[in-house]
Design a protein around this ligand. Structure first.
Ligand code: AMP
Length: 978
């Protein structure tokens, strides 16, 4: 007989509805879970198969809303050999690879059932059967795959029931790697008293999200722990800047955003969307972050403007940036001045009063001429030459040469700029008129004596102004180049005195007006007399010459421009010595000063065998007993065995041997590990017992670490250690690393795989060596600079330019912390090395592993500071971990895996310093603040870095975080209720 009839189980089920959360219709599940079946929401018959008939029975009860609810119970505890099966309907999988099954059930404690035989059970089994057929009416027991045996965390007794204390158990199991359309679940009872209150089957997805303006769709998580790589699509009105992608983790969270979209021109970034620029604003390039106000003399009337339209009369040149004000052509140049000099004229003017708002001002000079009779006007033609040029002049002047004499010239000077050609209006001009080259007509009235000649002449017919003076130039014939004399007079005659008797002189005359000099008259040759005599009116000698010749002298003006080339200082900048620089002391012999020992690089020895002799003890091969092979190293097998040295206890050792057929270099490299390891003496550094070099095979003997390498060890014991045990391991590694960094040894390949663990869970740093450290590491990948580097463990500066320091070891230590806290998970999962480098560069850091205490993740983040000077030193890490071990309460708060959290600004009001420190996840410093007297929130407002250091907050990252939060509290004001 079914005992359920006697010990009713389900009549108490209603009591559970309050425990089951909100009303059934309104059951809220996390948004990353998709329910495939929920027995609580099934309104009708669940339609599950139960066999044999006297086994599981379906019970219908009313919930608190009077809605019928289906459940199953079985309680055949009085009879032995029970085998009762309950099978669900076919559950379609909808493409999910990992399915979660959540069951809620009650189980009666066998001891509480009076008179039940020993066959009474307190467990039941759960199975599944994959099938494409959704209408199987029978499945053989052997066709089921067992999921688990389910036991109750809490069973209950009749007394509990009487006291209305019901024990509802919730268990979740998962199945993965499904390939068929769906599956059936089955529950096998073998003689327990169970009520199956609810069954929920679901899978997990990463819910649709927008990040960096890229939309990532709902994504079903992968099977096992695989990440699913998802490419995002840019939200409306945005475009790809760098291909956006994220990874969907197995537990339905998004990880490692890479790349981004940016809003198109005319749109700016809002929260997860692009919004149009408002009228009056614009955005020209997708790369600009925000819309900005239209520049002067422009406007946008519509939304989404990618550029603003120029106001009437204003223009934008093709090359003008869209952010530049619209501009207009310049006004006309002003105040033209001409200075005529024979057949050339220098024109000068003042720049226009209005430059149009631009700096690219230039001038064009147009030239027209008219013949002396005022008729026959036209362009000046090719004979006229402009210096430096006619069009596009930078300076407000030009020299015009090659003018014809007695000609009227009109120069129209216009100022232009980059938008002159865009304006339909004619250009405004300045006009300068000149009449060129008026030649003096010389009427020679010659009066000669033996030392003087008198000349008279007639002024130009049409002078271009009032004649100011005449210039007379003369020289001895054929002597022009040596000596000539210039005389000036206001009248139109002159007596030139002091001449040599009986000598021929050449004379020329020109007039000057306000407009400059006219052309010279033709040359006249006159000879002084031998005797002193008057020769006026001599018809043979006095000649009236009407000279009207075009001037024959062309003055050339050469301008020599001297360019002063400013020479550059050539030189070099000496690279600054970095205080963190890897220091390798090149010296022989061991330095034994206490507290100041420095690691000695084996390469500093000319004879590497000497390094071995200095640092490693030679062991007689007969004292070693090899027992078994435990691993494979680069140079040969690694074995375990025993070492018995005279008058010492026998100890377990690891024996690395160098395989036969090695080269001399291989032998040197192999033994270099021993000559490095032999210099160290610390409980967290693998200890060298000695070497065998005198016979073959060559061997390195170290202490034996029973649990092998840390990464494999953690994977094997997933979830089995307490937080304090894990922190203890981390403390050991940090202590070993502090010792190494104090000795100026930079490890370069710190990773869980290079840490060994002994039977007492003591972790020791291993894997020393020279080049081989990285050559040997399967994780090391070649970088663009050629070196081989374990990318995921290495600080960015070491990847980028091989800057390996103790600070880069600290970065690797942070990764080891993450490996430890996640029980040997691979850092950055299956992301490619390139993606890892890119993500780190973009500021991404690994999220806290599951159940990782906040201060530990914070310490990891500190180790991963971009600026290596801001990373903690190993001594600080050791102190910090010691503090956490002494005060395990600080480890209680577990980090939230959310990748978007902002720990700086508390979202809620804080009322005390302690609350505030908790809110910014700096709770570990509560005591420091209290002892330093910072007990009220108003007292922290003016706290300084030096104050923080004094009270023991020495990590730069923590100081920054605290000060940033103080600032933000200060700014918010309202959050602080002091
Ligand atoms: P190695 O060449 O140092 O990387 O060593 C290869 C493998 O041998 C390691 O991954 C360990 O599993 C094992 N091994 C090396 N040294 C020891 C040791 N001292 N104690 C125990 N196992 C060791």
């Amino acid at each position: 007989m079914a005992l359920s009839r006697i010990y009713p189980v389900l009549i108490f089920l209603l009591l559970f509805f309050s425990c089951l959360g909100p009303g059934r219709g309104a059951r809220n599940y996390p948004d990353n879970e998709v329910t495939l079946l929920d027995s609580m929401s099934a309104l009708g018959d669940l339609g599950w198969e139960a066999y044999p008939a006297e086994g599981w029975e379906e019970i219908s009860v009313m919930d608190e809303r009077n809605t019928p609810m289906r459940s199953y119970q079985v309680c055949n505890v009085m009879e032995a050999n029970q085998n009762n099966w309950l099978r669900t309907r076919h559950i379609a999988r909808h493409g999910a690879q990992r399915i979660y099954i959540e069951i809620k059930f009650t189980l009666r404690d066998c001891n509480s059932l009076p008179g039940v035989p020993g066959t009474c059970k307190e467990t039941f089994n759960m199975y599944y059967h994959e099938s494409n057929n959704d209408n199987l009416w029978f499945i053989k027991e052997s066709q089921y795959v067992k999921i688990d045996t389910i036991a109750a965390d809490e069973s209950f007794t009749q007394t509990d029931v009487g006291d209305r204390v019901m024990k509802l158990n919730t268990e979740v199991r998962d199945i993965s790697n499904l390939s068929k359309k769906g599956f059936y679940l089955a529950f096998q009872d073998v003689g327990a008293c169970i009520a199956l209150v609810s069954l929920r089957v679901f899978y997990k997805k990463c819910p649709a999200a927008v990040h960096n303006l890229a939309h990532f769709p709902d994504t079903v998580t992968g099977g096992d722990s695989a990440l699913v790589e998802v490419h995002g699509s840019c939200v409306n009105d945005s475009e790809e800047f760098e291909s956006p992608k994220m990874y969907c983790s197995a537990d339905g969270g998004w990880l490692v955003p890479i790349g981004r979209c940016i809003c198109k021109p005319g749109f700016e970034e809002g929260k997860d969307y692009c919004q149009p620029c408002r009228p009056g604003t614009y955005k020209a390039s997708a790369k600009d972050a925000y819309c900005t106000k239209c520049p002067p003399h422009s406007y946008s009337q519509q939304e989404k403007a990618s550029e603003c339209t120029c106001e009437k009369g204003y223009y934008r040149a093709d090359m003008d940036p869209r952010s530049m004000a619209c501009t207009r052509p310049p006004s006309a140049p002003e105040n033209g001045i001409s200075t005529l000099n024979d057949t050339s004229v220098a024109l000068e003017w003042r720049p226009p009063r209005d430059s149009g708002g631009r700096g690219d001002l230039a001038y064009n000079v147009h030239c027209r001429k008219c013949a002396p009779d005022g008729r026959k006007c036209g362009p000046c033609g090719g004979g006229v030459h402009f210096t430096p040029r006619q069009f596009g002049l930078d300076a407000a002047k030009v020299l015009v040469s090659g003018l014809l004499p007695n000609t009227d010239y009109t120069f129209s000077i216009e100022a232009i700029n980059g938008v002159s050609d865009l304006s339909p209006s004619p250009k405004q001009q300045l006009t300068v008129n000149i009449t060129s080259g008026q030649t003096v007509s010389v009427i020679l009235k010659e009066r000669k004596s033996k030392d003087s000649i008198t000349l008279a002449w007639q002024g130009p017919d049409r002078p271009n102004g009032v004649i100011v003076e005449y210039e007379v130039i003369y020289y001895e014939k054929n002597q022009r180049d040596q000596n000539y004399t210039v005389l000036k007079t206001k009248s139109n005659m002159m007596t030139v005195e002091g001449l040599k008797p009986g000598t021929t002189y050449v004379f020329r005359v020109r007039a000057r007006t306000d407009g400059g000099y006219g052309s010279y008259s033709g040359e006249i040759e006159l000879e002084t007399s031998q005797e002193d005599m008057l020769a006026i009116g001599d018809p043979n000698q006095s000649t009236i010459l009407a000279v009207s010749i075009a001037g024959g002298v062309v003055l050339l003006v050469f301008l020599v421009a001297c360019f002063v080339v400013s020479g550059r200082h050539c030189g070099y900048i000496k690279a600054k010595q970095d205080p963190d620089e890897e220091k390798m002391q090149f010296q022989h012999g061991r330095v034994k000063l206490p507290g100041s020992r420095t690691y000695i690089h084996p390469h500093t020895y000319e004879d590497p065998n000497q390094a071995i002799r200095d640092f490693a003890k030679e062991i007689d091969a007969s004292s070693i007993r090899i027992e078994r092979v435990i691993g494979a190293g680069e140079f040969g097998e690694v074995c375990s065995g025993r070492l018995k040295l005279p008058s010492k206890r026998e100890i377990y050792v690891a024996i690395k041997s160098l395989k036969a057929g090695y080269t001399e270099k291989q032998r040197r490299d192999f033994l270099s590990e021993a000559s490095i390891m032999g210099q160290f003496d610390h409980p967290n550094i693998i200890r060298l017992e000695g070497v065998v070099t005198k016979c073959k095979p060559v061997m390195i003997i170290t202490e034996f670490m029973e649990n092998g390498s840390l990464d494999t060890f953690l994977k094997k014991h997933d979830g089995q250690f307490t937080i304090i045990q894990l922190v203890g391991m981390l403390r050991g590694i940090a202590s070993g690393m502090k010792y190494l960094s104090d000795m100026n040894y930079v490890h370069r390949d710190l990773a869980a795989r290079n840490i060994l663990v002994n039977s007492n869970l003591v972790c020791k740093v291993s894997d020393f060596g020279l080049s081989r450290v990285l050559e040997d590491d399967p994780e090391a990948a070649y970088t663009t600079r050629g070196g081989k580097i374990p990318i995921r463990w290495t600080a960015p500066e070491a990847i980028a330019y091989r800057k390996f320091t103790s600070a880069s070891d600290v970065w690797s230590y942070g990764i080891v912390m993450w490996e430890v806290m996640s029980y040997g998970e691979r850092p950055y999962w299956e992301m490619s090395n390139q993606d890892v480098i890119k993500a780190i560069e973009e500021g991404y850091r690994l999220p806290p592993p599951m159940d990782c205490p906040v201060p530990l993740h914070q310490l990891m983040l500190d180790c991963w500071q971009k600026e290596r000077a801001e990373r903690p030193k190993f001594s600080q890490i050791v102190n910090m971990l010691d503090k956490l071990i002494r005060n395990p309460n600080a480890l209680k708060e577990l980090a939230n895996s959310s990748i978007w959290e902002d720990p700086i600004t508390p979202e809620f009001s804080v009322n005390s310093v302690d609350e505030w420190l908790d809110a910014i996840k700096m709770g570990q410093y509560k005591d420091n603040f209290t002892s330093a007297g910072y007990v009220t929130l108003d007292s922290i407002i003016y706290i300084s870095v030096s104050e923080l250091s004094k009270m023991g907050v020495t990590l730069v990252g923590h100081q920054k975080k605290i000060l940033a939060s103080v600032q933000s509290l200060h700014a918010q004001g309202s959050h602080v209720q002091v």
